[in-house]
Design a protein around this ligand. Structure first.
Ligand code: ADP
Length: 259
């Protein structure tokens, strides 16, 4: 982790939080939440004090992926106590609603909830807060970077052209918001059949590396499309927790080390 930027007027630092790193994608379903959860757990295993803010307000998946449930308490009625698992302090709008309940709120209400999750949660002393953003270039991204000093963003994409096209828009948005791009992660990079070992590039290959090099940002990792990654997340413990020595876990550790 690089030294913190000095606080500016406008965006604030969250008290006690040294760095904020956003994990973003242009499209949904490319594995942004999976990458966020694994990076957060990898950072915790590397001895960092880590928080994970699930800002994917319309599709919060961190409670499930991080194996956390139950309503966070608010003993003083003003601040919220986050939950904790796998060494990571977690807050998600999914913890404030039932899992099968849709969040049917208009923009201002959502932005209020986001601001509350940033500023009214007792995060404690953190080296880094990982923010799992919703896909795209909307209100949440803008609110986050207007209200809080975001030290950098990691862009997750599959190598598929349609995903890359949207990733490019995301990168352009962060440039406009003056948030540095720390690098890109190619997810679902290749698939290796667990039966026969045959390798197939389901979504193409090398697209993210090419894009990263064209944009002059590092390619932080290529993560395979892998059944174990999916099973681990669905079971409530990311693969860096369930299989810390696997090549997949090492790929996430490499990303965490590069931040
Ligand atoms: P996003 O946050 O971009 O919408 P998710 O992280 O929720 O994407 O991933 C979408 C689905 O794909 C989830 O079911 C997740 O378990 C699965 N998934 C994500 N990355 C991988 C991977 N590398 N290998 C296998 N399954 C994956």
């Amino acid at each position: 982790l690089k030294p913190s930027k000095p606080a500016q007027t406008g965006p604030e630092r969250i008290p006690g939080v040294e760095h904020i790193i956003a994990i973003a994608s242009g499209k949904g379903g490319v594995g942004k939440s999976t990458v966020s959860a694994n990076i957060a757990c990898a950072l915790a295993q590397q001895g960092k004090r880590v928080g994970l803010l699930d800002a994917d307000v319309y599709g919060p998946s961190q409670p499930r992926m991080m194996g956390v449930s139950g309503r966070p308490a608010s003993p003083d009625g003003k601040t919220i106590l986050p939950l904790r698992n796998h060494g990571v302090t977690l807050m998600s709008i999914g913890l404030m609603t039932n899992e099968d309940q849709a969040v049917v709120w208009r923009g201002p209400m959502l932005m209020g909830a986001l601001q509350q999750m940033m500023m009214q949660v007792q995060w404690g002393a953190l080296d880094v807060l990982i923010v799992d953003l919703p896909p795209g270039t909307g209100d949440v991204q803008m609110t986050l970077s207007q209200k809080a000093v975001v030290d950098g963003a990691v862009i997750v994409s599959t190598p598929q052209d349609v995903a890359l096209l949207d990733a490019r828009k995301g990168i352009d948005m962060f440039k406009q918001l003056k948030v540095p791009i720390l690098g890109m992660v190619e997810n679902m990079s290749t698939h290796i059949c667990s039966e026969c070992g045959h390798e197939e590039h389901v979504f193409g290959h090398g697209g993210v590396a090419k894009e990263a090099s064209a944009l002059g940002v590092p390619l932080l990792a290529e993560v395979p499309l892998d059944l174990q990654i999916r099973l681990a997340s669905d079971g409530g413990a990311p693969i860096v927790v369930t299989q810390p020595d696997s090549a997949q876990a090492q790929a996430f550790h490499a990303v965490a080390k590069a931040l």
